[in-house]
Each structure stands twice: as C-alpha cells, then as structure tokens.
Design a binder for this molecule. Structure first.
Ligand code: NAI
Length: 308
C-alpha cells in the first residue's frame, strides 16, 4: 500500500525512513515544495535500501500530487517549526495556509485517504483538517500523544533506573508544553504502579521533563526533534496498514468523549485499517479531569485564531 509524506524536511524524511526500514509499505511518496528536495531525499533513502534490507519503494516529487494518487495514508509534516520571537498567530497563519492547501491536494487525488497531521500547532491543525477536508472523522488523526508518551516512558525509565521496556505510560490532552497530561496515576513498571517506586518529587520531575520534552530538544538541537517524531508516526502508519488495532493516544475530534465536543485533543484510541476504530474512555482522577479541561480551554483559544 502507498503512503504519502508531505514535507521532506527533518520530520518527513525521518517518517519515510522509519516506514521503509520496517518494510510494511509498498511505496512511500515524499512531497515537498522546495524544488528537487523530495526527489533528493527519496534517492538518498533508496540508496540505503540494499544496505538496510528493505523493499519499500521511496519516490519524491516537487508538488505533483498526481503521484500521490491512491494513498491509503498521508502524513502532513509540511510547515515551519516555532522559532523564538514568533507569535502564535503568525505560526498558525503560515502553517494553517500550508496545511489547508496540502489537505485539498491530498484529498483530490486520494479521496479515501487517512490523514495523519504532524504540523504544529498540531491539535489546531488537526481541527483545521476536520473543518476543511470533507473526510469522515475516523480518517483524521493528529500525532502528538504517541511521541509524548514515548518521552514520558523515557523519563520514567530514567527516574526508575530501569529498562524502558519495563515501563508503560500514556500522555493525553494537548500537544503543548502546558497542556500535556502525563497520566502518572496509570503508569506502570511491569504492571506495578510507578507511584509505588517514585516519591512526589520524582513524579513531579518526570511530569515536568515530559511536558517540556520538545522544548528541551529544540534548545539542544537549535531546531525541533525528528527521530522520535518520525518513529511515532511510523507506528501509527503501521497500525493502519497492518490493521494492528494498537491503542495509541492521538489528537482526535471529540463528540462528547471526555466531556468535550468540537475540538481535537489527545485521547487513547484503537488505530486500525479504518483509521480511528474506537476512542477509549479511561477513568480520570478529579485532578486529571481538571487538567484536561484546562488544556481544552487553551486549545479552543488557539482554534479561535483560525480563519477558514
Ligand atoms: P522542516 O523545516 O525540516 O521541514 C518542513 C518541510 O515542509 C520543508 O522541507 C518545507 O520545504 C516543506 N513545505 C513547506 N511548505 C510546503 C508545502 N506547501 N507543500 C509541501 N511541502 C512544504 O520542519 P520539521 O522539523 O520537519 O517540522 C515540520 C513540522 O512538524 C513543524 O510544524 C513542526 O513544528 C512539526 N512537528 C510536530 C511534531 C508533533 O509531535 N506533532 C514533532 C516535531 C515537529
């Protein structure tokens, strides 16, 4: 099956690389607006095929969406990352225009496509795709929770001084420094609540480092991260193409779930061949409910800056 990745920059190329390395897709089409860029990234990646042992065909195009026709999944990574001194409104203005145009092109050539939205501010960009694409809501999935949960597990394992494969945990609500909600009450180490191992101070450290995980990397790298975002997307794409029905926290259009409607927020969901197969409602503590509501309020304010 064919997967399109729009934006052949840091995150888009990483998505293409992880998808190809896992060898579950027939073809990955990279699209970029920069002349020759997607073609170059595709060629470079294809020259790793014999070295890394994958058969996925990777092609690139400068904006020719006819090459994306018949895609089962399309990933939108096109847009600019947040830079110091830039207002939220400016970021939304630039990325919303790009995401809207890209969505129209994708749907024109692949009317049954499932779209994974990565561009930031992601919860608002996912909302924009819902409002402009005409696609059913099970076919639009924002990527944030998969990445933030991986960062949560990284920090949990660090604090517990144990292998990452021993820990489990999930981050829901908004994909933002303040709106992320790492569910400490439900995190486990081999089935045992982590709260039995970590005191309040260590729990607060893990939560805070998870929430600023992206900002920490942006400071170190001078730009936002790409390996973990690309890997997170590849897990979501694989769950759709292989119908794995994995439970993954994603930014989804809510219709009463978690007490919210007409907003995209991170919640756990079963992701399979039909895209979003089921939103899973887990019981939140009163404190978690309050944080979820605060995150929703902040995302609604950003959504208010959208112009359709
Ligand atoms: P980048 O600058 O490396 O790549 C973006 C690419 O999009 C560039 O190659 C650019 O030429 C291309 N592009 C711009 N307009 C386009 C258009 N109209 N059509 C096709 N291509 C177009 O940026 P990077 O680091 O890859 O980040 C991409 C986006 O992903 C940013 O908005 C960033 O904030 C977001 N992001 C989201 C994450 C998440 O968890 N949801 C994680 C990491 C990044």
């Amino acid at each position: 099956m064919k997967v399109t990745v729009v934006g052949a920059g840091a995150v888009g190329a990483s998505c293409a690389e992880y998808i190809a390395m896992k060898n579950f897709a027939a073809e990955v089409v990279l699209v970029d607006i920069k002349e020759g860029f997607a073609e170059g990234k595709a060629m470079d990646l294809m020259q790793t095929a014999s070295l890394n042992g994958f058969d996925t065909k990777i092609t690139g195009t400068t904006g020719d969406y006819s090459k994306t026709a018949g895609s089962k999944v399309a990933v939108i990574t096109s847009g600019i990352p947040r830079k110091p001194g830039m207002t939220r409104e400016e970021l939304i203005g630039i990325n919303a225009g790009i995401v809207k145009e890209v969505t129209a092109n994708l749907v024109k050539h692949s009317p049954d496509v499932i779209i994974i939205v990565v561009s930031n501010p992601m919860d608002t960009m996912a909302y924009l795709v819902h409002k402009t694409s005409g696609l059913p809501k099970n076919k639009i999935i924002g990527m944030g929770g998969a990445l933030d949960s991986a960062r949560f597990k990284y920090r949990l394992a660090e604090a517990l001084e144990c292998p990452i494969s021993d820990v489990d945990g999930m981050v829901i609500a908004a994909h933002s420094d303040t709106g992320m909600l790492p569910l400490m009450s439900k995190a486990t180490r081999n089935g045992v609540p982590v709260t039995e191992f970590l005191d309040a101070e260590k729990q607060a450290y893990v939560e805070e480092e998870t929430k600023v995980g992206g900002a920490t990397l942006t400071k170190l790298l001078g730009t936002s991260a790409w390996y973990a975002p690309g890997a997170a997307v590849s897990v979501m794409v694989q769950s759709i193409l292989c119908d794995h029905k994995k439970m993954i926290p994603c930014s989804l259009m809510l219709d009463g779930e978690y007490g919210q409607s007409d907003i995209c927020l991170g919640v756990p969901a079963i992701i399979g061949a039909n895209g979003v197969e089921k939103i899973v409602e887990i019981a939140l503590t009163d404190a978690e409910k309050e944080k979820f509501e605060t995150a929703a309020k902040a995302v609604r304010e950003v959504n208010g800056d959208l112009k359709f």
